[in-house]
Design a binder for this molecule. Structure first.
Ligand SMILES: [Zn+2]
Length: 413
């Protein structure tokens, strides 16, 4: 019997050994102390929409950015206001906070725009008129509200990230319409050209219009109208791996380093999605071939970027009947989002998908020492550990049973 118990003990030690090795106790501590929530991002989006039409140079625009700044201060951030002017904007302002990392010359920046616009729908593109107003719930209450929720969560994380993080709420992303002498993207352009030192390398995540994406199902009405997709897609339009034609056409000289970093970033985003079990068909990392939001300015200035965006960007080109993005119009409201998203809970779940991607990108950066392959996350490690515990328990049960059977056998003899 003593020999049997020695065997049981040996088995126990063997099966539990990995727990105290590489992925031991530190892994258990790697569980994030806080994680962003779709419901909080939704509330922020509603707050943004409630400020009204946040067009540049309006009270609504100023009130919204003041509110963002006050929220950030309540989370303990030191808020940087970065005012700028352009030909048509006399009172534009970006709101920026910084989380110092180990590396001061490599930044991870996340941004969204806080302004909104309204003009005539296609085919009369870009005609503004006095009664046209938009609460900009989707464009970009979703992005700016989600970014505020990420800021709240990052303020609760202990320790220091590897990279220096900057969170930015850009003003004047929106083109002011066909009567305007200048284009949009002015807030992010100001940041990229005035606020990033020459020796700093940036990886940028742009949040502009998401929530109507996986796991939100396309509405029955749109399916009846010919939409043959089960879910809205979440795109990550990323620095290109193969097709740089759009950026080259805009004058960018693509270097080998840009190319390498684009490959690295697309791989990282794919690892994040597979780690989160996001279905590749509905949460897609693809080359950005159109610009069309603030990430454009980062890529044109030699940095690496992705744009997280729900629904198709170009309904008419993609030729399907699924995507009807409520942007730049009176219909861009919270109630439209609720209808398209199948209720508040649906919109929250769509927001959650994007939040999880950015938070995982951040969490891996906060924990790079335990995580240098950047493929394993806290969640994944926890699964490995718990499966080892299950195996150990099973082995103990089997050995105990064998012992009992042998004992009974002995008694019977
Ligand atoms: Zn936008």
């Amino acid at each position: 019997m003593a020999r049997l118990w020695r065997a049981v003990l040996a088995c126990l030690v063997l099966t539990t050994l990995p727990l105290s090795g590489n992925i031991g106790i530190e892994v258990v501590e790697e569980v994030p102390p806080a994680w962003p929530e779709g419901s909080e991002a939704y509330d922020n989006m509603v707050e943004m929409a409630n400020f009204g039409y946040r067009r540049i140079d309006t009270n609504a625009n100023q009130n919204a950015r003041d509110w963002i700044a006050s929220q950030l201060e309540s989370f303990g951030y030191e808020v940087e206001r970065q005012p700028f002017t352009t030909e048509v904007c006399s009172n534009c302002e970006n709101i920026v906070v910084t989380i110092e990392g180990e590396l001061s010359d490599e930044w991870y920046v996340v941004g969204a725009h806080h302004d909104a616009i309204c003009y005539s729908p296609p085919p009369l593109i870009g005609m503004t008129y006095p009664t046209c107003t938009s609460s900009g719930a989707y464009d970009d209450g979703t992005g700016s509200g989600a970014l505020l929720e990420l800021a709240r969560v990052f303020s609760l994380w202990e320790g220091k990230p590897t990279h220096t993080w900057k969170l930015g709420w850009w003003d004047y992303e929106e083109w002011q319409g066909s009567g305007s002498p200048e284009g949009g993207g002015k807030g992010s352009l100001h940041f990229v050209t005035e606020q990033i030192p020459d020796d700093v390398e940036v990886t940028y995540v742009n949040l502009d219009m998401f929530a109507l994406n996986w796991p939100v199902e396309t509405p029955i009405a749109s399916q009846l109208a010919g939409c043959n997709e089960d879910y809205w897609t979440l795109y990550q339009f990323t620095s290109p791996v193969s097709d740089w034609s759009y950026y080259e056409g805009n004058g960018l000289e693509v270097t080998e380093e840009m190319q390498d970093r684009a490959t690295w970033f697309q791989e990282r985003l794919k690892s994040i999605n597979s780690n989160l079990s996001h279905p590749e068909q509905w949460v897609r990392v693809i080359d950005d071939t159109k610009g069309n939001s603030d990430h454009f300015n980062f890529i044109m200035n030699g940095h690496t970027a992705t744009w997280i965006r729900g629904q198709h960007q170009y309904i008419y080109e993609e030729g399907d009947a699924c995507e009807q993005t409520p942007k730049h119009a009176q219909s861009d409201s919270v109630s439209t989002l609720n209808v398209l998203g199948g209720g508040r809970v649906g919109v929250e779940s769509g927001l959650q998908t994007g939040l999880d991607i950015v938070a995982t990108h951040a969490w891996w950066d906060w924990n790079i020492a335990q995580n240098d392959s950047q493929v394993i996350s806290g969640q994944g490690d926890a699964d490995v550990v718990s499966s080892q515990v299950i195996v150990a328990v099973l082995v103990v049960i089997v050995i105990s049973l064998v012992a009992v059977v042998m004992r009974i056998h002995k008694i019977n003899q």
